[in-house]
Ligand binder design. Structure first.
Ligand code: UDP
Ligand code: MG
Length: 326
């Protein structure tokens, strides 16, 4: 393989750029129509952009697929990748990225919480030579307090533990050059924490800020438990500190008990034997028991993920891809 340092420069300001929007949808029958209307409005007068929208139907159980196919009849620039069941947003995004043909690709939520009006500004940054343009929320008032607080803690812990830093308040909404998408598509892992993978690939990055609006229609698909598991996935995918920290905790505890043992020996030599000590034995035994279970549990988290990964199952299965000519 020949490696070059040459950076493929984006085309000049007036040339037409192929833009793919990647839109995972899961039970979004009310939102898809609104979404496509907005997209048409944003790009209707813009001759410098050729848009395609890749919807990934992530096993919706409502009329989402019918709505999408109806929309496709009037809008031939819509493609629909229909997955065989619900694989989760990360897998749906992965599927969409693999089927996006554009020179620049933007993953975007169907609920219009990622304003499409921002995309021309992102393209402008890309024309300046940036390969990744992040959409950053400058306020998260539309998210609940608990969600904001837990997100804050997640970023903090993740970035402390992991080598690749996830920028704060940045979701999946971002513009990526073809080179970045190809890099993502070439990553072999099957447990895909996209935020982390996006950060891991790197590339020259710019940021545009926006205010995150309310959901246009429908309801959020992420409850507390799902978010918690998502966070665990993120931490265990990109850091082994939780595994390694046990040697240090074990060492510290062993050292402390050794010193305590010495202290007891000296006390016996000086003062003789007495028998109190129920409470301290009880606390020590239960505390250490708890600590060991915690350690085993964390090993279990990693082992479970390694186990799933080792099966080499595909990230998603496609039932059918609907092109406009179908
Ligand atoms: N989504 C998906 N599969 C899922 C859950 C969600 O494809 O299992 C899609 C959903 O249709 C939406 C996007 O992911 O387009 C973001 O979901 P949502 O708006 O519910 O998340 P929130 O904005 O509340 O974090
Ligand atoms: Mg949303």
């Amino acid at each position: 393989m020949i490696m070059t340092n040459q950076n493929p420069r984006p085309p000049a300001a007036d040339s037409v750029v192929g833009l793919s929007l990647v839109v995972p949808v899961f039970n979004e029958e009310e939102a898809v129509g609104l979404f496509l209307d907005r997209i048409s409005r944003v790009f209707s007068g813009d001759t410098s952009v050729a848009v395609e929208v890749v919807f990934v139907n992530d096993g919706s159980t409502d009329r989402t697929l019918d709505c999408l196919l109806e929309l496709q009849r009037e809008n031939p620039w819509v493609r629909v990748v229909d997955l065989s069941r619900n694989f989760g947003k990360e897998a749906a995004l992965t599927a969409g990225l693999q089927h996006a043909g554009g020179q620049v690709v933007v993953p975007i939520d169907v609920d219009l919480q990622d304003p499409p009006e921002l995309i021309p500004a992102m393209i402008a940054q890309w024309r300046e030579g940036y390969e990744v343009v992040l959409g950053r929320r400058i306020n998260r008032d539309t998210d609940s307090r608990a969600k904001r607080l837990s997100a804050d803690w997640f970023y903090r812990i993740h970035n402390w533990m992991s080598d690749s830093q996830i920028p704060e308040n940045v979701g999946d909404f971002r513009l990526m050059d073809r080179a970045v998408v190809d890099a993502l598509n070439s990553l072999p892992e099957s447990r895909r924490f996209m935020k982390g993978l996006f950060a891991w690939v790197g590339f020259r990055t710019a940021v545009v800020d926006y205010v995150r609006p309310e959901r246009s229609a429908g309801t959020t698909k992420f409850n507390g438990w799902r978010l918690w598991n998502f966070a665990l996935e993120g931490l265990t995918s990109f850091s082994t500190i939780p595994l390694r920290v046990w040697s240090y905790i074990g060492g510290l505890v062993a050292l402390a008990s050794f010193i305590y043992g010495l202290y007891i020996m000296l006390r016996v030599l000086i003062h003789g034997i007495d028998m109190p000590g129920y409470a301290s034995i009880f606390t020590a035994v239960t505390f250490l028991g708890g600590l060991q279970l915690l350690g085993i549990g964390i090993i279990g988290e990693y082992l479970g993920r390694t186990y799933i990964e080792s099966k080499r199952r595909p990230v998603f299965l496609i039932r059918h891809i609907y092109e406009s000519k179908d």
